[in-house]
Design a protein around this ligand. Structure first.
Ligand code: BV8
Ligand code: ZN
Length: 270
């Protein structure tokens, strides 16, 4: 457990915290496969609201009305406008230091897979190449009837609902709503990655949405060294080998810096 001690003049680490970082870096440097499971918290420092924090989306909006097919069919206009509201926030957002640090992992670790629940594509904009989007993305859209991709640009200011040119059906965002299956094969790939990694990170997620929430436990049960990065505890915290209770944008760049120093010292690597 990394416990940070806050004093009036800032934050300093207890000795155990530095030891914990060193243990983490040794595991990372020796790792061939690393799986990194991320949730809304990693985008919080980019100004994108999380879901279940006290000021999160679900404190203001009802998920069953807005993130479900039932809610969409009942009121497509309201759901479409809600996603345009979120698209506008995401369009203005930039990847933060946590996203960029994870993109850097790919330089130092042979097989690094990001498994994200996020739909904002900030990992890709930060440069991450090997990524599994469990819950789809908010950028793409398709027809609710014939599933045809809707490739026209979306005017997020428009009040008009777009319709499918193929069958006239409503157009919906290509995210996975509650009660919907994940995209074909994506969970199996994520489960394989979690079950075969040397080090597993769970970053910025409350570990409350299934089947994604099974993944940290799959990694733990298969013997991975598990690291949680989250300012608050979750159901997975007691199982993590190290729990860093900090913001991901603060600690991930530090982990990359320590890994670079370690590799330079050990292997004279750049
Ligand atoms: C499905 C996309 C088959 C849309 C989302 C058991 C097995 C299978 C299914 C279920 C099951 N039990 C229940 C279910 C049903 C349901 C479910 O899990 N319900 C939950 C609420 C109990 N699951 C489903 O419906 C899934 N489908 O399983 O299909 C099926 C079919 C029919 C019936 C049954 C099964 C589909 C789930 C996907 C739903 N789509 N989003 C959109 O975005 O609009 S969910 C949504 O939650 C997002 O994807 C989000 O990523 C995800 C998880 O939330 P988090 O990312 O963890 O975000 P949260 O706000 O909760 O937490 C943020 C964390 O960050 C906090 O801990 C905070 O402390 C931390 N943090 C804050 N700041 C920082 C930080 N950390 C680090 N740094 C910071 N700076
Ligand atoms: Zn159609």
């Amino acid at each position: 457990m990394i416990i940070t001690l806050h004093t009036l003049c800032g934050v300093f680490y207890t000795k155990s915290a530095m030891e914990s970082y060193n243990i983490l870096i040794e595991h990372l440097a020796a790792a061939c496969d690393v799986a990194i499971f991320t949730g809304a918290g990693i985008s919080a420092e980019s100004g994108i609201a999380t879901f279940r924090d006290p000021d999160g989306l679900w404190s203001k909006f009802n998920p069953t009305e807005l993130a479900s097919m039932k809610g969409f069919l009942r009121n497509p206009d309201r759901v479409w406008q809600w996603y345009n509201y979120r698209r506008a926030i995401i369009a203005d957002a930039q990847p933060n230091a946590g996203h960029y640090a994870l993109a850097d992992f790919e330089k130092y670790i042979p097989n690094c897979t990001v498994i994200t629940q996020n739909v904002d594509r900030l990992h890709q904009r930060a440069g991450t190449k090997n990524i599994l989007e469990l819950h789809g993305n908010i950028i793409e859209n398709h027809c609710v009837i014939c599933n045809s991709p809707y490739i026209q640009d979306i005017d997020i200011q428009s009040k008009e609902l777009p319709f499918c040119s193929n069958c006239g059906g409503n157009i919906r965002p290509s995210v996975v709503w509650f009660g919907e299956n994940l995209p074909d094969g994506i969970y199996e790939k994520a489960e394989y990655s979690a079950g075969h990694c040397d080090v597993f990170f769970s970053i910025g997620t409350s570990v409350e949405v299934y089947p994604a929430a099974y993944l940290p436990f799959t990694a733990k049960n298969r013997g991975a060294f598990c690291v949680e990065i989250n300012p608050t505890s979750t159901s997975f915290t007691p199982y993590a080998n190290i729990a860093i209770q900090e913001k991901s944008g603060d600690c991930l760049p530090r982990i990359v810096e320590l890994l670079q120093q370690y590799l330079k010292r050990e292997y004279n690597a750049e």
